[in-house]
Design a protein around this ligand. Structure first.
Ligand SMILES: Cc1cc2nc3c(=O)[nH]c(=O)nc-3n(C[C@H](O)[C@H](O)[C@H](O)COP(=O)(O)O)c2cc1C
Length: 194
């Protein structure tokens, strides 16, 4: 009988320490993003997710910014991506350990994440944490963005990502995000919103 009760107590202790994301509203959320274009598409989406979830937010910025001219940026980014470059980024998230769920946003650059996002993922350890990827793009969809994020953080749990086509100017993407139920439905689907 003693053994039986011990097993029951042990099971209860185990169940209380295992946390699934869905339904656990005590978890602390951070939104991290990189955004380069004037339209600030990824930033707009990041801020919308922050607004909906009450999360903290952190912008990834390259120490040496990418050229502001589009064609030059495309050229430099291509070379950096081909070389697997992880450019230095500014600052750090304070107390990253306190966050359970981290949304990570990137523009699609040459079918993958922008290199500063690769730096952020490579510089930090997300073992045991949940990453929710999101990206904006010019027509190519998520391409390899999410798969490459997973490769950079193989020990994190990844939830289903969100992909939104970027528009210019900023007001357009903002309005299209706000009008659509896409973000709300996605946050509900992954268990972040009720
Ligand atoms: C260097 C560079 C490479 C890009 N490569 C792609 C691409 O391969 N596929 C795609 O759909 N869009 C591509 N785009 C377009 C961006 O993904 C899109 O405009 C995005 O919404 C910009 O986000 P941002 O405003 O946050 O910078 C590229 C843009 C830049 C600047």
């Amino acid at each position: 009988m003693k053994v039986f009760y011990s097993v029951i107590i042990l099971l209860c202790m185990l169940m209380s320490s295992v946390k699934s994301y869905a339904g656990d509203k005590d978890q602390k959320i951070l939104v991290v993003y990189y955004s380069w274009s004037e339209g600030k598409n990824t930033e707009t989406l990041a801020k919308f997710i922050q607004e909906k979830t009450g999360a903290d937010i952190f912008e990834i910025e390259a120490v040496k910014p990418y050229p502001s001219d589009y064609n030059k940026c495309v050229e430099v980014a291509k070379a950096d991506i081909q070389a697997g470059l992880k450019p230095a980024i500014k600052g750090k998230v304070q107390n990253l350990d306190q966050y359970d769920v981290i949304f990570v946003g990137t523009p699609n650059w040459w079918s993958t994440m922008a290199p500063p996002v690769l730096t952020f993922l490579s510089d930090n350890d997300f073992t045991g944490k949940t990453i929710v990827p999101f990206c904006t793009h010019g027509g190519g969809g998520e391409a390899r963005c999410f798969v490459d994020m997973q490769k950079a953080q193989p020990n994190a749990k990844f939830l289903k990502g969100l992909t939104v086509r970027g528009h210019k100017p900023q007001a357009d993407i903002d309005e299209s995000i706000r009008k659509s139920n896409g973000v709300n439905n996605w946050l509900k689907e992954i268990g972040v919103l009720d």
